[in-house]
Design a protein around this ligand. Structure first.
Ligand code: ARG
Ligand code: ZN
Length: 900
């Protein structure tokens, strides 16, 4: 059952008004809906008389049209739908004029482990409706192009559920007999049902106000369980920053009078942008210095902003159908990334994003589930909440800004919101608005939406000393992906500049252009053909090109830089991103060289130029920490971090799991030994007695400090293990404690063993009542590359604090082991693969979305040697043989086995 974009049809019926009544109960929840429908007048000649509603996992109690009760002969209930054969037989006037459908159903939220629709998380009721969860609540036209005004009444026991929330404004409430009470909420903005939300529970909240640019006061509330009230301030600050930023940068003002966030413990994803009532995974909203790492603080800020920004990019302007998902997600990720860049360090934010994209999204684009930013087909839409839709989608929006420039981009965004406010639209509408406001032709650019795969840019150069010309010859290509063997050329914005021997940028004049005294020193070249030549004139000596600055397009760049060129860019380029990128490329080259020597049985020789370059960085960092404190310490930490095993794997044709691990460890250990003194100085200089603060400079300082500690622990000197243990014990914040714990757990040193046991025990004892911290404790253990980790993971699966039904726990243990512990997951015994398949088979019945997501590492079998391929495919086949496979898991398993 594949769904195709080409089969899209506008809905035959519209729902003008939706009134919902929930009778919440521990055993059976009754949902009464009253829908005002009419035939869609926009469809010429629409005389549709059959109404098919979506719905699953519920019992229908009664159905009426205009007050006339339908009998079971008048409709057909199937697994996923309710079909009324002849609407006009019951309607009191023509269905063109409208009719009222009343429907009573009974559902069992307490048994809903899929965490889609209405379900229970610990003691509260909550909902997740995107993409197609509303159909588990009541029969409905569950598609985003059906938009309706919602009024929701919730009835529940007042003691257990004192707080009853839904979208919009609280318009009435009261008490009932039997200790029950009710609240009615009304959302004045038309919305698709995926943005509906309901929450009921014994919740406490913090409150604040935000005054908008037009002086309207908005009430802001964050609801949590009482024990978490001390973890809400950071989310509240982030929300206010995001609201201001969206006004200033995009001209977007908030529209309702109240904005609410609720934290729930059991949640499939990060968070959800329901109109006026965002629901968050606790992991993306709670933050407190004692329990939360800097990384998590930053994630909270980003996710709070992301969901808030959806109020415009997603809610006011929504998607016509789910093929358009990137319309809201790609744009909103781009918006939240720019917000984070403005709140912290812009280059570091870019480095983090690009690392993630090049590692995980590039791997997806090269795997069996590769799909375009706007897919053509899917079996289960939940499987398409992917890095391609989100992260590559954000890069596509970023490229539009590269091509238009910031002013025209803003004009395009204004036009888009203005034109389509209140509508459900397509990615094409977005591009059309950008074109209309800018006059820039994005015709060829549209291929980014329809073609999957990561384009490659192979660039070579040619300097002609006598003509004083410098040529860049650019070739682009894109590998085949499932169902797309041939690709047409992309329109690629290539931001670049040319550096002379002093590191200065040269004026850039292309041949054919008039010479100009004020020629720009940085340009965005339009790469549009398979092969294209750019000739610069007036170039007095051979330059070093600085290419793809700021990662101006999501492509793989190949240019034959010498290691000296890379060292030059790394130290001299004015583009911070490219300095980092050159450092990465250099480290990659050195690690690959070590790996090749290892594979040939030679002992490793480590390029001294890299060792020296790291020494230079360290010395300047030490001098800066002693003196002016001008350097961006977060960027220094990035420069000192080696490319991850996952990135090195992505770059390989056939992944040598153990070789990559060994080569990378070898280089890291060598750096540690070579520069121990500098690392020690810097570690000490980065200490601080100031109380914890999550500002960018403090986070940067801690990151750099813990990066130094990691190298120092690598020396295996007992005193550094002791210092690490002391940091663990005495840390005044979770960032420092967690960093030290990870190092103790990972260290292969003999002396680390007793410290590790002690630290893990103490940590659990101390934090056992903080669920999110316990999750951290699970993952720290799951990612240890030492032998025997899988046995430990299996023990932890039986720990009293573990519960596979909770997605955060499943991710903390199972996902962490399978994705961040390559040497153990890919053990040649195959036990890692068997373990994952067992968990997928269990979760397939409980929570198909999570099961399908966990499966990802097994689907990448093509990249491993024959022996591993065989083992991985055998486990995929074992999963495929399960007779009760969910649509989610079926799609991923069958597509990955088909890819041959
Ligand atoms: N729209 C949400 C966000 O990115 C994600 C919802 C995902 N839901 C799902 N069923 N996959 O902000
Ligand atoms: Zn989103």
């Amino acid at each position: 059952r594949t769904i195709f974009l080409k089969d899209y049809q506008a809905p035959a019926f519209l729902i003008e008004k939706t009134e919902l009544h929930f009778d919440l109960d521990e055993t059976r929840t009754r949902v009464t809906s009253r829908l005002v429908l009419r035939r869609n007048p926009d469809l010429a000649g629409n005389v549709e008389d059959t109404l098919q509603l979506d719905g699953q996992d519920m019992v229908l109690e009664s159905l009426r049209i205009d007050g006339n009760e339908l009998s079971s002969n008048d409709y057909v209930v199937a697994d996923e739908s309710l079909t009324i054969n002849s609407v006009s037989a019951f309607a009191s006037q023509s269905p063109d004029a409208g009719f009222v459908l009343e429907c009573v159903t009974v559902i069992k939220p307490q048994e809903n482990t899929s965490l889609e629709g209405l379900y229970k998380s610990r003691t509260m009721f909550c909902t997740q409706c995107e993409a197609e969860g509303f159909r588990k609540i009541t029969y409905y036209l569950d598609r985003p192009d059906v938009m309706s005004v919602f009024t929701t009444t919730i009835v529940a026991d007042k003691d257990k559920y004192p707080v009853l929330l839904s979208n919009g404004n609280d318009i009435a409430h009261g008490d009932l007999d039997g200790g029950r009470h009710w609240v009615t909420w009304e959302d004045p903005f038309r919305k698709p049902c995926y943005l509906f939300a309901l929450v009921a529970g014994d919740l406490k909240h913090i409150e604040d106000t935000f005054t908008t640019c037009s002086q309207r006061d908005i009430t802001l509330r964050i609801f949590v369980e009482e024990k978490d009230l001390d973890k809400c301030d950071h989310a509240m600050d982030s929300l206010k920053h995001a609201m201001r930023w969206d006004e200033e940068v995009y001209g977007r003002e908030y529209d309702l009078d109240i904005f609410m966030i609720v934290a729930v413990d059991d949640f499939n994803m990060g968070a959800m942008e329901n109109k006026g009532l965002n629901i968050f995974n606790t992991s993306c909203v709670l933050a407190n210095p004692a329990t939360t790492t800097d990384l998590a603080f930053q994630r909270v800020e980003a996710v709070v902003a992301h969901e808030y920004f959806h109020n415009w990019s997603g809610n006011r302007v929504t998607c016509r159908d789910w093929f358009q998902l990137s319309l809201k997600e790609g744009f909103t990720v781009f918006r939240d990334a720019e917000f984070s860049a403005d709140m912290g360090s812009r280059s570091v934010k870019r480095v983090e994003n690009v690392s993630f994209l090049r590692t995980a999204q590039f791997a997806e684009d090269a795997g069996p589930m590769a799909h375009p930013v706007r897919p053509d087909s899917y079996m289960e839409i939940s499987n398409f909440y992917t890095l391609t839709i989100y992260e590559k989608g954000a890069e596509v929006v970023r490229m539009i800004r590269e091509l238009l420039g910031p002013e025209k981009f803003r004009a395009g965004s204004d036009l888009y919101f203005d034109r389509h406010d209140g509508q459900a639209v397509t990615t094409e509408d977005f591009v059309l608005a950008m074109e209309a406001a800018s006059g820039v032709d994005l015709g060829q650019f549209r291929r980014w939406y329809t073609q999957a795969g990561t384009p490659q840019l192979k660039i070579s150069d040619n300097y002609d000393a006598s003509a004083q010309t410098y040529e860049l010859l650019v070739r682009q290509s894109c590998p085949p992906t499932p169902e797309q063997s041939h690709k047409d050329a992309f329109h690629i914005p290539l931001r670049m500049s040319l550096l002379n021997a002093d590191g200065d940028e040269l004026p850039l004049v292309l041949s054919g252009e008039p010479a100009a005294s004020d020629a720009p020193t940085e340009r965005v070249l339009d790469v549009t053909s398979d092969v294209q030549s750019f000739v610069f004139k007036g170039v007095k000596s051979r330059p070093v090109p600085s290419l793809l600055r700021g990662f101006s397009a999501p492509v793989k760049l190949q240019f034959d830089y010498s290691r000296d060129d890379l060292l030059f860019i790394m130290t001299r380029d004015s583009d911070g991103f490219n300095r980092w990128s050159a450092a990465q490329d250099l480290a990659v080259a050195v690690i690959q060289e070590i790996l090749q020597q290892h594979q040939r049985g030679q002992s490793p020789g480590i390029d001294k130029r890299l060792l020296d370059a790291v020494g230079d960085i360290l010395r300047s960092a030490v001098a800066d920490a002693r003196g002016s404190g001008e350097l961006d310490q977060a960027m220094l930490a990035q420069l000192l971090s080696l490319p991850s095993e996952a990135y090195l794997s992505e770059l390989s044709n056939e992944i040598d799991v153990d070789g990559i691990h060994w080569a990378r460890e070898t280089l890291a250990d060598a750096l540690a030994v070579e520069h121990a003194e500098n690392f020690a100085d810097l570690y000490k200089l980065c200490q601080s007695d100031a109380p914890y603060s999550a500002d960018a400079a403090s986070i940067a300082r801690r990151t750099l400090k813990n990066c130094c500690l990691a190298y120092l622990v690598r020396t295996q000197e007992p005193r550094w293990l002791e210092i690490c243990y002391r940091q663990f014990n005495e840390a005044g914040n979770m960032t420092d404690a967690d960093a030290a714990l990870r190092l103790l757990v990972n260290s292969p040193a003999e002396a680390a063993q007793p410290l590790r046991t002690q630290a893990l025990n103490d940590f659990y004892e101390r934090w056992q009542h903080e669920s999110l911290v316990v999750n951290q404790w699970f993952s720290v253990q799951a990612i240890a590359s030492r032998p025997g980790t899988l046995a430990q993971v299996k023990l932890l699966m039986n720990h009293k604090a573990f519960d596979i039904r909770n997605p955060n726990k499943a991710r903390a243990l199972i996902s962490a082991f399978c994705n961040m512990n390559a040497v153990n997951f890919h053990a040649l015994s195959g036990e890692g693969y068997t373990f994952l398949a067992d968990q997928v088979i269990t979760l397939n019945r409980l929570n198909p979305q999570i099961a399908a997501r966990l499966l990802t590492p097994l689907t990448r079998w093509q990249k491993y040697n024959q022996q591993r391929q065989h083992l991985m495919k055998a486990e995929l086949e074992r999963i495929q043989a399960d007779p009760e496979l969910s649509r989610d898991v079926y799609e991923v398993v069958s597509k990955s086995l088909k890819a041959n």
